[in-house]
Design a protein around this ligand. Structure first.
Ligand code: NAD
Length: 311
């Protein structure tokens, strides 16, 4: 049973994730690690102020030695995007940070599950897999869980139902080539067309664009995004800590029999205490399947480009 989670990167995403983890009372110990140790100390002290009024957890600014007995390490240390910068444009900068953090974790005896949130998250998860030497099922990117939540929220508003009544996945890259798989949408068990049969048709392209570009709008207004991604981090941690066997769209190294092997992308995955148990590959219509292949190819090309930049 995991009782300790370490968060590496105590910036906007890391500190918000720590707060959300504390409110959810998922683990007893949360450790913040940041190259700016003063920042980690300040965030830990601020969070400790909330402790007595929330659920008891021990939160402190630590170092990599504290990670040895952690069940999960969440990596939010990375280069943040600004303005209209795409996630892929910060890849080389983030990769150097991820490599350094993962090497420090492994040399200090970490043997748990790596959960990567730093962007571009698909590439960073792949960098973390290589740097850690851990089995692929234990290196997970937050991927399109956040985008899928945005899709469910957007459809719920348009259809006048609760987001919890909407199931559906955004797949592929967490970024510009992502695929809004409308074929996977179910509301009360019904496909979208059947549920909304009496209503005017939804503009699917506009919904997909709204979901895909949501982060750009938030970043242009407040400079960063934090609440959505922090909640996605907590949701994945919850599935791991509680051995839920939940199916969530996260970024993984797909097995070859999915047809998408070789490059991290988001697919629906069964998640239990040991990490990814299996991919639950949806039956996609040709258009969505082809778009997913283009997304995978775009990530492969970006990975190769990033490796050239690094060498
Ligand atoms: P931030 O700049 O506020 O925080 C990053 C933190 O990492 C800083 O405190 C910095 O000191 C620390 N850091 C940098 N290098 C480090 C190292 N080598 N070791 C330890 N700590 C180090 O940025 P943020 O807004 O919190 O975003 C963090 C990352 O999360 C970015 O890559 C961002 O793009 C990504 N992000 C991902 C999603 C998603 O959906 N996956 C959503 C939002 C943000």
């Amino acid at each position: 049973m995991t009782t300790r989670i370490v968060i590496i990167g105590a910036g906007h995403v890391g500190a918000t994730a720590a707060y959300a983890l504390m409110l959810r009372a998922l683990v007893r110990e949360i450790v913040l690690i940041d190259s700016n140790h003063k920042l980690a100390e300040a965030e830990a002290a601020d969070l400790a102020d909330a402790d007595a009024l929330a659920r008891p957890a021990r939160i402190w600014a630590g170092d990599y030695a504290d990670a040895a007995s952690a069940g999960i390490a969440v990596l939010t240390a990375g280069a943040a995007t600004h303005g209209n910068e795409s996630r892929l444009s910060v890849a080389a900068r983030s990769a150097a940070i991820i490599e350094q953090c993962v090497e420090s974790l492994m040399t200090n005896g970490f043997d748990g599950i790596l959960l990567i949130a730093a962007n571009p998250v698909d590439l960073m998860a792949q960098v973390a897999l290589r740097a850690s030497g851990l089995p692929a099922g234990r290196v997970i990117g937050t991927g399109t869980l956040l985008d899928s939540a945005r899709l469910r929220q957007t459809l719920a508003e348009k259809l006048g139902v609760a987001p919890s009544a909407v199931e559906g996945f955004v797949l592929g890259e967490h970024g510009d080539s992502e695929v809004t798989a409308f074929s996977t949408v179910r509301i009360g068990g019904l496909p979208l067309d059947r549920f909304a049969a009496a209503a005017p048709p939804l503009d699917r392209a506009a919904i997909a664009a709204e979901v895909r570009d949501a982060a750009y709008g938030i970043v242009s207004g407040k400079g960063y995004t934090s609440f959505g991604i922090a909640t996605a981090i907590v949701r994945i941690c919850e599935a791991l800590v509680r051995d839920e066997r939940a199916v969530l769209p996260v970024s993984i190294m797909p097995p070859d029999d999915t047809g998408f092997g070789g490059t991290y992308i988001s697919l629906p995955c069964l998640i239990g205490a040991g990490g990814i148990e299996r991919v639950v590959m949806p039956d996609l219509p040709t258009g969505e399947h082809d778009a997913l292949q283009r997304s995978s190819a775009a990530l492969k090309k970006a990975m190769e480009g990033m490796q050239q930049d690094q060498s």
